[in-house]
Design a protein around this ligand. Structure first.
Ligand code: PRX
Length: 652
């Protein structure tokens, strides 16, 4: 997809199928009709502050807020003067009534072990872990890095931080030691919580070893807490490393929740941007929790008896918002599964749905495309009749995958909610409210109540129906990021400087004649690989840190399974020629620097990168070449892109 200078984007997708909400579903839904949805939206638009205040009152506040919003462009404060605690809202408030012995987390480990934690049990564990953090000297505002497999203790660690007002920074377990070190250093984390290892496709993910490696480059970490998950041998450095079991088990389960300002930082989560290292997106308590709680109701239509399964790892925002904070704040039963979808066989997810009677299932398009590839036979012997609602997130879903999801997983009976949002937005922004909004395969449909989304040109003008443009949010919303950790200027620059007066998402979109949004992907230098965001700059700096590489340019190209694949154009030091062995070496180098998710699908050596007269790399040209629009023959030999560049110079 390409933008022209006005920010308009040519859209090629046309999809005419439309699915009305099933009457049976609507009759029981929180929002039962289009008219109700429109009334909610109107109320929110007429008086956004009154609307969000009402939403926020679904939380338990120690002290009520006295001002709904303080907006000093581009910095927002929500529910000013109020105090609350996220772990109290996710746990304690459910202990007073019938939810005390309800399952909060149903967890299944990859090898087949499983655990159920009721709200009471989870609250006790969180209390112990919170006291343990206090014993280690963690104080309000201190950062705690969490680098764990998807086990209950990961959620417990997050909630324990929230309980004492510490700030968690979860780092995905698939990131390398280098990437972990960068994140620990940027956050200046004091404690790191990890595990000996995690399970992935029957093998160990060596988390503790990676921590040891990372900490060679970090000076702020004072203590490392290690959960025994797989029982492998790891080295424990005395004075620094403590076993979770020894530390946590001896603590009291009672830990009074800190009474924290609504704008106190709840967490930071690193995500890729267009420049430099990943940035720490900052979320604060009151607004974030309001947003995640409300979307559980609006988008997932959550009822007391639901069993909700979001398959995302806790290392991503989806795991934060829809495995931990949203479901638990809503008093739901959340399923967590540690491992790979094809271990031991390709039907693992369907067995989990069958075993626990999952009613709401939320996953990524890339996973759905993989299931399609594996074949319907893995699904057909499983009883998926408990399902009543399906969701997707992370990237545009192609209509064919959507239709397969509806037919094969949803038995043609479950509505699908295609949810558009970002790490920065905190919670879902554009999605069908399933009892009210008819769906079209491939469209995230309409903005949620209170969300002022629009498609505009570079100079902020609305575009006509079915014209591509840039997706912006015109009003602050409670779940929005507050800043970039310790870098407010980067926050302003990245999100609020490109289009006057509004939040720029970095995505292209079009709105059709019914007001439905069709997200067309990133328009900046971010690629979306299997629903995970990667800054092309990050991969480039990983490549140039290899001694043979002089310069690198990384672009995305369409990939049938992953959404986008990573293609790297590389020039070598001293005019060297590349070969296959060096390609392998460079791919391994990127894995070491960032993690397997950033491994280039293809490396192409070139004698020079195509640049404009002003020295800017011509990415559009590279994207075209990478997607095969331009054939340049054998890719292992040197490509003379500079010639092409000369021909195309005027176009960038
Ligand atoms: O490009 C959009 C895409 O994922 C980006 C956000 O990535 P991240 O912060 O990692 O969060 C992913 C999970 C919330 C967006 O800018 N994206 C996310 N959801 C969708 C989507 N693209 C199309 N349709 C979606 N439903």
């Amino acid at each position: 997809m390409a933008t022209n200078p006005s920010g308009q984007i040519d859209s090629v997708l046309t999809e005419v199928r439309k699915f009305e909400p099933p009457a049976e579903f609507s009759s029981k839904a929180w929002v039962k009709s289009l008219a109700e949805h429109q009334a909610l939206c109107k109320r929110a638009d007429d008086d956004p502050e009154a609307f969000w205040a009402e939403c926020a009152r679904n939380l338990d506040w120690f002290k009520p807020f006295d001002k709904v919003l303080e907006w000093k462009f581009p910095f927002a404060k929500w529910f000013v003067g109020g105090s609350l605690n996220a772990s109290y809202n996710c746990l304690d408030r459910h202990l007073k009534g019938g939810r005390r012995n309800k399952a909060a987390i149903i967890w299944e480990g990859e090898p087949g072990d499983s655990r159920v934690l009721t709200y009471q049990m989870l609250a006790d564990e969180v209390g112990r872990a919170a006291n343990a953090l206090r014993e280690l000297g963690v104080q309000e505002g201190d950062r705690v890095a969490i680098y764990m497999p998807l086990v209950p203790e990961a959620a417990i660690a997050m909630l324990a931080c929230a309980r004492i007002g510490a700030v968690h920074s979860v780092v995905f377990g698939g990131f390398s030691a280098e990437a972990l070190a960068d994140r620990i250093n940027d956050a200046e984390a004091k404690v790191c919580i990890t595990a000996d290892a995690g399970w992935r496709r029957g093998a160990h993910v060596e988390l503790k070893n990676n921590v040891d490696e990372a900490l060679k480059r970090c000076s702020t970490i004072q203590k490392v807490v290690v959960l025994k998950r797989v029982g492998n041998k790891v080295s424990m450095r005395s004075g620094r490393d403590v076993w979770w079991d020894e530390l946590v088990a001896r603590q009291s389960p009672k830990c009074p929740p800190a009474q924290l300002d609504s704008e106190h930082m709840l967490y930071t989560l690193y995500t890729s941007g267009t420049t430099g290292k990943p940035k720490g997106v900052v979320h604060t308590i009151g607004g974030y929790l309001t947003h995640t709680l409300m979307t559980m109701k609006w988008v997932f239509d959550l009822k007391e008896e639901d069993t909700f399964w979001c398959t995302a790892d806790i290392g991503w925002v989806t795991g934060h918002s829809y495995t931990v904070y949203g479901p638990l704040a809503a008093g739901a039963t959340a399923v967590m599964y540690e491992g790979a979808p094809n271990f031991p066989h390709e039907d693992r997810f369907w067995r989990i749905i069958e075993k626990y009677g999952v009613t709401i299932f939320y996953t990524a398009p890339t996973a759905i495309r993989t299931f399609i590839k594996w074949g319907d036979s893995w699904v057909k012997d499983r009883d998926l009749s408990s399902l009543r609602l399906l969701g997707t997130v992370g990237e545009p879903i192609n209509p064919e995958a959507w239709i397969w999801y509806r037919r094969v997983i949803g038995g043609d009976r479950c509505p699908i909610v295609d949810t558009w949002w970002q790490t920065e937005t905190g919670g879902i922004m554009i999605a069908p409210v399933p009892g009210a909004i008819a769906t079209k395969p491939g469209s995230a449909t309409r903005p949620l109540p209170g969300v002022a989304a629009e498609v505009v040109t570079h100079d902020g003008k609305s575009v006509a129906a079915n014209q591509g443009g840039l997706l912006v949010i015109k009003r602050p919303w409670p779940g929005m990021l507050r800043t970039v950790f310790r870098d407010p200027e980067r926050y302003r620059q990245q999100y609020f400087s490109q289009i006057d007066g509004v939040y720029f998402t970095g995505d292209g979109a079009r709105r059709d004649e019914d007001g439905y949004f069709w997200i067309m992907g990133r328009v900046d230098d971010v690629v979306n690989v299997s629903g995970h965001r990667l800054g092309t700059m990050e991969v480039e700096s990983a490549l140039v840190s290899h001694t043979s590489v002089a310069e690198a340019a990384v672009v995305g190209r369409p990939d049938e399974m992953k959404g986008q694949g990573v293609v790297a154009f590389v020039t070598l030091e001293g005019g060297r020629n590349g070969n296959d062995q060096l390609k392998q070496e460079l791919r391994a180098h990127v894995v070491k620097e960032i993690g397997a998710l950033a491994r280039p699908d293809e490396i192409r050596f070139t004698d020079a990168l195509p640049k404009t007269r002003s020295g800017k790399i011509m990415r559009r040209l590279l994207r075209q070449i990478a997607s095969g629009d331009q054939t340049l023959g054998d890719t292992t030999t040197l490509e003379d892109l500079s010639v092409l560049a000369k021909l195309r110079d005027d176009e960038e």
